[in-house]
Design a protein around this ligand. Structure first.
Ligand code: GDP
Length: 434
């Protein structure tokens, strides 16, 4: 999907427009306690166009001075987006800060569409002409609070969308990404996997934008490491901010089948790790937890077990994800990772036979009777797998309300154990039998 970023100095109304464009979507609270979508990255739609959108105003880079903040936000837009919406405020006219943003955007080759916000009524339209002076052509008047002008603006934005070839890789190719806080060793691990000193820049471009994937082959299986270009973007002021890590993670997850959540074994688990792991879980991709820098950990025979218990306690929602300990630096245990990637990828796209599935469910119900509510007992008539990636099941029941979270969990676990769905989330939906 193409990526659109909204930039502009504070208080021009970026977040209002962002929320208008994405609609309800981002207020969804996921079923994982404590994991709510960040209001900086979401998907939007306009006519037949599907795109992702970033509100760079939501990325706070810390105590930097005002101008540094907007500069960093504009650079994020240039690095991450295919099309940039440069937003200004029609009530205040062109300000010095707008000119600063413009200067940074001039340097990029990305298409820029200029929006003049807070043009709430037709009489104000005459004021937008000053904005031609910013040098980005025709200014588009909009009103975030009244929802005016967005259609014309998005028409213009969509004109600049690049042509995407989303599935340039075959069905059998395993696409995976590495996500995690800065400095946990993602780039080092990519290098270790590719067996080179540095990340190889392949000439196969995943998309028309600058995300460069690393395809490689191992034991006859083809893999693509997604979005290593982002990992090379080092040394920018915003690189270490939490929201930027999240943004990068979400973008990488999107194109992957398997997500490696990389932790730093030397430092242990941080709050930010939990958040990033939460996004991996929400995505429905297969997930592996990788504990890197294991060489730097002083250990005895219990250390690994204790570390894993700690992971299980912190990431309860990822109970299905296998944990791999390794060192990107010494390459110790690196070879244990690939078979796990193969395994979880297989689980993620596995289909099971309906008759066997129903036997498993019948046995499960015999073992642990279905819940009742006000004298009504949940009755399961029939179960069927309706999708893969992730494996998704529909159970036909007497009353969907009766399938409580805990019983759903129980069924998930039974299905997981019976068929060996290791490393993938399993979704279950209850439908009333007509
Ligand atoms: P990224 O930001 O997640 O991509 O992290 P990098 O790959 O840039 O690594 C951050 C730092 O950790 C670098 O100084 C690496 O040399 C170091 N590092 C990476 N992997 C390991 C490892 O397995 N063991 C040790 N001891 N250090 C590592």
């Amino acid at each position: 999907k193409p990526v659109v970023a909204i930039v502009g100095r504070p208080n021009v109304g970026k977040s209002t427009i962002f929320n208008r464009i994405v609609g309800e979507r981002i207020s969804i609270v996921e079923d994982v306690p404590g994991v709510t979508r960040d209001r900086i990255y979401s998907s939007g739609e306009w006519l037949t166009h599907d795109f992702n959108i970033i509100d760079t105003g939501g990325i706070d880079i810390g105590d930097e001075p005002f101008l540094e903040q907007i500069r960093a936000q504009a650079e994020i837009a240039i690095d991450e987006a295919d099309v940039i919406i440069f937003m200004t405020n029609g009530r205040e006219g062109v300000t010095a800060a707008d000119e600063e943003v413009a200067k940074i955007l001039y340097k990029s080759k990305k298409p820029v569409v200029l929006a003049v916000n807070k043009v709430d009524n037709p009489e104000m339209r005459s004021q937008i002409y000053d904005f031609y002076a910013l040098g980005f052509g025709e200014p588009f008047p909009i009103s975030g609070s009244h929802g005016l002008g967005l259609g014309d603006l998005l028409d213009e934005v969509a004109k600049s969308f690049p042509k995407f070839e989303e599935d340039i890789y075959g069905e059998d190719v395993i696409k995976f990404s590495l996500i995690g806080r800065p400095n946990v060793g993602k780039s080092s691990l990519v290098n270790a996997l590719l067996g080179e000193e540095r990340v190889i820049v392949s000439d196969i471009e995943g998309t028309t934008r600058d995300a460069i994937d690393s395809p490689y082959k191992y034991n006859g299986q083809e893999y693509v490491i997604i979005d290593t270009a982002g990992m090379r973007k080092k040394g920018k002021v915003y690189e270490t901010t939490e929201k930027y890590s999240v943004l990068r993670a979400l973008r990488a997850i999107e194109r992957s089948d398997v997500v490696l959540v990389v932790l730093n074994g030397e430092e242990g688990i941080r709050e930010q790790d939990k958040k990033i792991a939460g996004y991996a879980h929400d995505s429905g991709r297969a997930v592996i937890i990788v504990v890197n820098k294991w060489d730097a950990v002083e250990k005895d025979e219990k250390t690994m077990k204790e570390f894993e218990e700690n992971i299980r306690a912190h990431f309860q929602f990822l109970e299905y994800a296998p944990v791999v300990f390794l060192s990107a630096k010494t390459r110790k245990r690196i070879h244990t990772l690939i078979p796990v990637i193969d395994k979880v990828s297989e689980s993620h796209s596995m289909r099971v036979e309906t008759s066997v599935l129903n036997d498993v469910i019948t046995d499960a119900v015999a073992m642990n009777p279905t819940p009742t509510h006000k004298g009504n007992r949940l009755k399961i008539f029939y179960t069927t797998q309706v999708a893969i990636k992730p494996p998704t099941f529909v159970v036909f029941v007497n009353d969907p309300e009766l399938l409580h979270f805990s019983y759903e969990r129980f069924l998930q676990n039974r299905i997981r154990d019976a068929f060996g769905f290791e490393g993938t989330p399993i979704k279950i939906y209850a439908r009333q039998r007509k």
